[in-house]
Write a protein that binds this ligand. Sequence first.
Ligand SMILES: N[C@@H](CCC(=O)N[C@@H](CS)C(=O)NCC(=O)O)C(=O)O
Length: 212
Amino acid sequence: MTYTLYYSPGAASMAVHWMLIEMQLPFEAKLVSIDAGEQRSAEYLKLNPSGRIPTLMIDGAPRTESTALLMSLAERHPDKGLAPTPGSAARAEWLETMIYLANTVLPAMRDWFYAGKDGDPAGAEAVQALARRRIEGAWDLLDARLSDGRSHLVGHQLSTADLLGTMLMRWSRNMPRPADTWKNLAPYIRRMRSMPSFIELNRREGLTDWSN
Ligand SMILES: N[C@@H](CCC(=O)N[C@@H](CS)C(=O)NCC(=O)O)C(=O)O
């Protein structure tokens, strides 16, 4: 199995990059500079026609969508234990959490950061206000889930939901109410940030602004 990840520091590629490091798999990482607009180069658009990051080459075929990539990797490497076993009770909660993060939180984040680019700049403020409400609603929900003392978003075990969820929480760091201001999310975030694979991920991506 061979992997090449097209990534940009701190972008939606981050959770996939983190997973590859956490699983200790060999892979190649290729930087695509969003600042330089490289995601819209003809060469990159051949791999990912939506011009978004990430793309993961899996055995030579380009695959996209960060959440799907995390789920594919979990399926391809069941021995790494980053998803509950199919058919188990935890599996249903994992599926629910992955879809919730992909379906509700990721699009709201996209709206928060790209409202003026994806849509009419004149309406951006209203779009961002709704996005903020949705994002803060997600932190309420995940905070409540952690209030039962669990160590991770799905049960007591690290899963792809933590990698995706933590990446999204990081994106809120400069928002009016960052995720780490929620009571139960704060210690959870500290725990996730203390993982050696997260520290290594930040080192490789050259990120310094969201660490313990
Ligand atoms: N749903 C996609 C979203 C990807 C996405 O929006 N990536 C952003 C970076 S976080 C991007 O490529 N931005 C550059 C652009 O839209 O031009 C996924 O989860 O992979």
